[in-house]
Design a protein around this ligand. Structure first.
Ligand SMILES: [Cu+2]
Length: 357
């Protein structure tokens, strides 16, 4: 099944290259927006290049502040977190085998952005999270304003592991790669063949899927994955890529795709949830071959330590079985209170209050 899936994606990739940028740009969020949101004080998530220069600066400064604020949670400190940012990255690391290649993927990453926003708030940031409209830069991430070394997030590294500089110059992330922890600078390596695959063709393909089961897979294996490969954040390591702040603008794009898909039929899609709630041992990450054990070795991740496993939440909490349900409990390991998938299905449902503009 995995092999077929991968072949399918490859086929899609080849057919998508020639039609890149040929389709008109559509934005269904505007059309599908709630008429009566259940929240006041809506947070606006603007595309990076539409933000005021001063708002961009405030955001970057708040990220720098989180990256230099001391860690607070004793259990995460024991495992190696030195900063608040490390705690955020460690959350993604500890739960990595539950939140990727699973139904929980989209809800967890929506919650994860909410956790990031909470931490930015600790640093006084009151604005909305930026998102990156990657199709605008497909095939030319190197020239994207987000990669501007002065006004963006820093530039391209000169190779895997070489620092990306810019506003995060000199700051260290102590979590990763994989399940190991050693201090590294913010780094990435742009690949503009793969950035070309974040084009509108794949976005439209994902948005056209009839149900959550096919939509999350198309988002995950399509623009989400292509963006990750194109950016190779934090030594190209999937498990601790949130060390690079650019991760969160990429995942704003991913979250917006899910919301745009939901907005096409809100009455049905605010409750549509499915998929496994933890990786199956013989499959592991569906984008790689070989299952969890083989991937741990071939990707150089290692495996979660006993101490990590001791704080890893039960992936079936709320589900009572291996299928992801609306009652599935998501944990941030104590950064903010737990939430259920039901809480985050609606970005304007009260627990969350934001809109993409
Ligand atoms: Cu992730």
């Amino acid at each position: 099944m995995v092999k077929l899936l991968q072949l399918g994606v490859l086929g899609l990739a080849i057919s998508g290259v020639s039609t890149a940028l040929a389709l008109p740009h559509t934005d269904v969020t505007v059309a599908g927006k709630h008429k009566t949101p259940k929240c006041k004080g809506m947070s606006k998530r603007e595309e990076w290049r539409n933000m005021k220069k001063s708002d961009q600066k405030d955001y970057i400064n708040a990220v720098r502040c989180v990256m230099t604020s001391p860690a607070k949670l004793p259990k995460l400190k024991e495992l190696g977190a030195k900063t608040r940012w490390d705690e955020l990255v460690m959350l993604h690391q500890v739960e990595a085998l539950q939140i990727h290649s699973t139904g929980t993927f989209l809800p967890f990453h929506r919650y994860f952005l909410h956790v990031q926003q909470f931490l930015l708030g600790e640093c006084g940031y009151k604005g909305g999270l930026p998102w990156w409209n990657e199709p605008l830069d497909a095939g030319k991430f190197m020239k994207s304003p987000l990669l501007d070394p002065v006004t963006g997030f820093g530039g391209d590294g000169k190779g895997i592991g070489s620092c990306s500089g810019g506003p995060f110059e000199g700051l260290m992330v102590n979590i990763g790669p994989g399940f190991t922890n050693k201090p590294r600078c913010v780094n990435r390596k742009i690949n503009d063949f793969f950035s070309g695959l974040t084009n509108q063709t794949y976005v439209d393909d994902a948005l056209s899927k009839p149900d959550y089961e096919s939509a999350w897979l198309a988002i995950y294996m399509g623009p989400h994955l292509f963006g990750h490969i194109a950016l190779a954040m934090m030594d190209g390591n999937s498990i601790t890529s949130p060390g690079d702040p650019l991760f969160f603008t990429h995942h704003g794009f991913v979250d917006k795709m899910w919301w745009d898909w939901q907005a096409r039929n809100l009455s049905a899609r605010l409750t549509d949830m499915s998929g496994p709630n933890a990786q199956l041992p013989d499959i592991g990450f569906i984008e790689f071959d070989g299952g969890i054990a083989k991937e741990a070795a071939t990707q150089g991740w290692g495996s979660p330590s006993a101490a990590m496993l001791a704080i890893t939440p039960d992936p079936q909490k709320g589900d009572n079985g291996p299928e992801t349900t609306l009652d599935h409990v998501m944990s941030s390991l104590g950064i903010i209170p737990d939430a259920t998938i039901r809480d985050v299905m609606d970005i304007q449902g009260g627990y969350l209050c934001y809109e993409y503009v």
